[in-house]
Ligand binder design. Sequence first.
Ligand code: C2E
Ligand code: MG
Ligand code: MG
Ligand code: MG
Length: 285
Amino acid sequence: YQAKEVRGRACTYAGRRDVNSIERLRLLGDLGRAVERGELFVRYQPQVDAHTGVVVGAEALVRWRHPELGPVGPDRFIPLAEQSGLIAGVTAVVLDQALADAARWSAAGFTPSVSVNLSARLLTDHDLPALVADGLRRHSVAACALVLEITETGIVSDPARARAVVRRLRALGCSVAVDDYGTGQASLAYLMDLEVDELKIDRSFVTGMTSDRARAVIVRSTVQMARELGLRVVAEGVTDAPTQRALAALGCHTAQGEHVGGPMTADAVLDLLRVRHAGATPRLD
Ligand code: C2E
Ligand code: MG
Ligand code: MG
Ligand code: MG
């Protein structure tokens, strides 16, 4: 009787694991098709000047509209794409769409920066700078409008290679940002060595910083160090006006988060640019 029960439990456990891996396998199998059939699309999260509220940039965030499963978030399929080698194709789609939209915004008279996330794995891909250069040329977008976001994981796993790729991307005229700063293992001294342009403070430190002393201290010292190293500082996860005000007071350049706007279409970004671009009145709230 006891043995049976144990076996039953083991079975349930294995069953659950199977459901998980079956879903993973399914998504993995469908992902290649998704890239080819245009099931991937891009949403943009706006970034504003923390002081004035003027829209200065937008981050491209990939989405997958699965024909049977519905929307699948990047946290579910980006890791699969990274493991399977499909990440280069996914990134090519996102980069192409982001540059096409940047060209449209530019044609409408606005030149916000557009940020594209690069997986750690791509930092060791020697074809990446050529892919970026080709995209910029095809869409006639100025390199200085493109920001490439890399994570600390990518930097630390192969420092020499990452440094070489970062150098080549910056040589094209693009900016390079360190994403989710504070959650990985990279020190600021290390980043200085890498010669990046921008630091994005992870939202786990930013959200709630107005009511949590430890977070406030971390954000303040990070902003100060980054500024002294000559880096542009972006705060992620800005969820309310007091947080944006606090960040502006600390000298943080740019704010991104729900308070500014959630992920939206390229058209919605254009609407926001029309309302909150050059000539927009400073935010006093
Ligand atoms: P990330 O690059 O740090 O992007 C910011 C994520 O935080 C986005 O989630 C965004 O919707 C969310 N977010 C921004 N502000 C707030 C806020 O105020 N509150 C809350 N709760 N969330 C906020 P998303 O779109 O689900 O993307 C998750 C992650 O997936 C991204 O984190 C990025 O690491 C990855 N990702 C997204 N698109 C791409 C891509 O094209 N390529 C690669 N390699 N990774 C991508
Ligand atoms: Mg990012
Ligand atoms: Mg981030
Ligand atoms: Mg993040």
